[in-house]
Design a protein around this ligand. Structure first.
Ligand code: ATP
Ligand code: MG
Length: 714
């Protein structure tokens, strides 16, 4: 790194040079220089004393040194850092109290998290109105680019002005139907612009939205409606995914017939119509006529919007008023209603979006997540729109009409920043590269990944084939509970390593612990990942269940937030997430991360995807069971089986011996595309009578197949 990259914001030139020299040491692994990343702060202060002396945050983070100076500030003086971050938003009353948090459940106060507690603002105002209030030309700028499931359906771009107009009207519709500040509203929508309208309208009037992913079954929706006690549901008649019709409204009808949903009095239904698109086959045509309609309960949103006023002043919200509830995907058990609040959440998602993706005015940004997941909330809607970004809402799937779809969409809308999940990358990698290389992708500048560890095979493919070795891969680690990205590269600020989320974001202090002794570990090391102090974006509680919140996240390591994930911190301070801590196997005294074994299997030319779990074994403590999905053109054979075992041993070490290799055409996945290891563990244990809830799987039938073929269930 050259010192010319350093920012003018450093106070003392000599120190800049000192720190640049240190930086190159930090990045050079060959020197064997060991840096304890937990002590980046103290190390930094002791050696250079560089401080951030500006009164506001920079527009960009341009280098590792700039990051470190600001990181120091964010850790040593969080009040000052997060005050500057909050100044990026518009407040009706700017907070005088910035941080007031307690992580230790053993204190009188107990776990209690408050940020900006006397501040007053409105999230919708910050995402829409204020851009126009500051610069009237913003009303003509495209806010949302809609890419429908069928590529030939005429797309419609929505400007900030148009989005604001619709949001105000729909907010008035909600009011007309009695929705007040603090009421919970369940949203069950396809990936269309109206989903953004629904969420922003709730935020505008202070209603708490609870989005349920449109792929979930009626009973899943019912469970979530009743858990947060919604009386109003927002849905759409239909949605389209991969050319197939998904009848959302009729699933709501089914859900509302269940006893626990008897409190729902209003259903507002957006219409998924095709406008004048005669060339689009109406995949829902045979169901349109049969739509159930309950008079007095069901209302068409577009008709209601015609009857209301266009003015709707934003509700003045306290920073700690809840913004939304979101149930986690359930890869590890019964869904938890995560509660996020207003001021801290928006400050955090807005700043992370701006910095890590290096968003520049005019960039087109696309995230392929669904609005039903936290990524959709934070990085399709709130993060981008609060930065006046142009965000793509994509209704379809990566494989329809063919596996070039993502890249065709990138070319069509000239997408600059593209954010997706490893599961999508791995499924696309299984096909010939020509589906990627025949597209241009010249507009791409930055590629992001989220949701699971990205194995280095997939990382490299994403980097070299999709990004033409030109775009940095931003591997972002975070959780529904964290609200926004926690460990991540910042685009172009420092060197990347495949499969490493690199460094903690501002204000995030990581700490590893030993699973068995519960003692803190000093890096370089591998252990259970905890966070030492609060950050504004974190969840405040579980809906009406603070006790479970404390139990799940704060009891394991008193005074720390427990992430449930394992992590390796290398000597250069880079963080590599090793997977969920439940996924670590202990075989003959060795700790073996399943993600590592999977990465080794996935590196084999014939393998598309794999999942590794353990089963009880008297001799070794645990045996290693590998589910393996082969690529299109590879056939299973005894030879391949041996070859896979050999390559795992060669990659990780001779102490790692897969006991079972089970070839399968597919794996059980959650609707968000994550492998449901909880079920695989039950299959190999075997304890198949007690599989738990499998209804949230994309394809529950795969479970039967696996049980039938597993040598452990015979
Ligand atoms: P549940 O908590 O209900 O079991 P979930 O953990 O899958 O569901 P999310 O909050 O969507 O729900 O996912 C967060 C988890 O995803 C993280 O704890 C981590 O295990 C994994 N994850 C997310 N991003 C990354 C990443 N970049 N690298 C490695 N793992 C990641
Ligand atoms: Mg989780």
């Amino acid at each position: 790194k050259s010192s010319s990259k350093l920012s003018h914001n450093f106070t003392n030139n000599n120190e800049i040079h000192t720190s640049a020299a240190r930086t190159s040491t930090l990045l050079s692994t060959s020197t064997g220089f060991q840096l304890n990343p937990i002590n980046i702060t103290s190390y930094r202060l002791a050696s250079t004393n560089s401080t951030w002396n500006e009164s506001s945050l920079p527009d960009k983070i341009k280098s590792l040194d700039e990051y470190k100076a600001l990181y120091d500030l964010s850790i040593n003086d969080p009040e000052r850092f997060w005050k500057m971050a909050a100044e990026r938003l518009d407040w009706y009353r700017f907070p005088t109290k910035i941080k007031n948090t307690e992580f230790d459940y053993r204190t009188d106060r107990g776990v209690d998290i408050k940020w900006y507690e006397d501040g007053i603002l409105n999230v919708c105002y910050n995402c829409l109105d204020r851009h126009i209030d500051h610069d009237s030309s913003a009303s003509k700028q495209v806010a949302v680019v809609f890419e429908p499931d069928t590529p030939t359906e005429t797309r419609h771009h929505v400007t900030y002005g148009e989005l604001l107009r619709d949001v105000k009207k729909f907010a008035n519709v909600l009011k007309k139907h009695g929705v007040k500040k603090g009421d919970r509203v369940t949203v069950y929508m396809p990936m269309v612009v109206d989903a953004c309208v629904a969420l922003l309208a709730c935020a505008r009037i202070g209603a708490i939205h609870s989005v349920v992913f449109g792929g979930f079954s009626a009973s899943n929706v019912a469970e979530r409606i009743s858990d947060c006690d919604s009386t109003v549901v927002i849905t759409s008649d239909f949605g389209l995914r991969g050319g197939k019709c998904s009848p959302l409204k009729s699933k709501i009808d089914q859900a509302l017939k269940m006893k626990q949903c008897s409190n729902v009095r209003t259903v507002l239904v957006f219409e998924r119509n095709y406008g004048n698109n005669a060339d689009v086959k109406d995949a829902c045509s045979d169901q349109r006529g049969t739509l159930e309609w309950k008079e007095g309960r069901d209302f068409w949103a577009h008709k209601e919007m015609e009857t209301v006023n266009e003015n709707c002043p934003p509700e003045k919200m306290n920073a700690e008023d809840p913004l939304f509830i979101l149930y986690t995907s359930g890869s590890t058990g019964k869904p938890k209603g995560i509660v996020h609040t207003t001021g801290g959440y928006l400050t955090y998602t807005s700043l992370t979006f701006k910095y890590i993706f290096d968003y520049n005015p005019g960039d087109v940004y696309m995230c392929t997540a669904d609005i039903g997941w936290i990524t959709g909330h934070s990085y399709i809607i709130y993060g981008p729109l609060s930065n006046r970004a142009t965000t793509v809402v994509f209704e379809g799937v990566p494989t329809y009409p063919d596996v070039s779809r993502f890249w065709n969409v990138v070319d069509k809308h000239q997408v600059n920043i593209f954010y997706t999940a490893p599961t999508a990358i791995r499924s696309l990698m299984a096909h010939d590269d020509k589906y990627v290389t025949k597209t241009s992708r010249q507009s791409l500048r930055i590629l992001g990944s989220v949701g699971e560890p990205i194995n280095s095979e997939a990382w490299k493919w994403y980097h070299s084939v999709v990004g033409d070795s030109r775009c940095p891969i931003i591997d972002t680690w975070w959780q529904t509970e964290t609200g926004g990205v926690m460990i991540t590269p910042i685009a172009n600020a420092w060197e990347l390593e495949p499969s490493s989320a690199t460094l903690p974001f501002f204000g995030i202090k990581t700490q590893l612990f030993d699973k068995s002794t519960k003692k803190p570990l000093t890096p370089p090391n591998t252990g259970e990942l905890c966070i030492q102090d609060s950050w504004p974006g974190q969840a405040r509680s579980l809906y009406r269940n603070h006790e479970r919140f404390v139990d799940v996240y704060f009891k394991q390591y008193p005074g720390y937030y427990f992430t449930g994930d394992g992590c390796e911190i290398k000597k250069n301070g880079y963080h590599c997430i090793t997977g969920r801590v439940d996924d670590v196997l202990v075989i003959s005294g060795h700790n073996i991360g399943t993600a590592e074994v999977e990465a080794a299997l996935n590196e084999h030319a014939g393998v598309s995807e794999s999942a590794v779990v353990g089963y009880p074994d008297k001799k070794k403590n645990q045996g290693m069971y590998c589910f393996v999905v082969l690529k299109d053109d590879t056939k299973e054979s005894e030879e391949l089986r041996k070859d896979l075992i050999k390559s795992v041993r060669n990659t990780i070490g001779a102490h790692v011996n897969p006991d079972v290799i089970h070839f399968t055409p597919d794996l059980p996945k959650t609707r968000s595309g994550k492998i449901m290891r909880r079920i695989l563990r039950k299959i190999v244990e075997p304890d198949t009578s007690n599989l738990g809830d499998i209804s949230t799987l994309t394809d529950p039938s795969i479970v039967k197949e696996l049980i039938k073929k597993s040598p452990r269930t015979k």
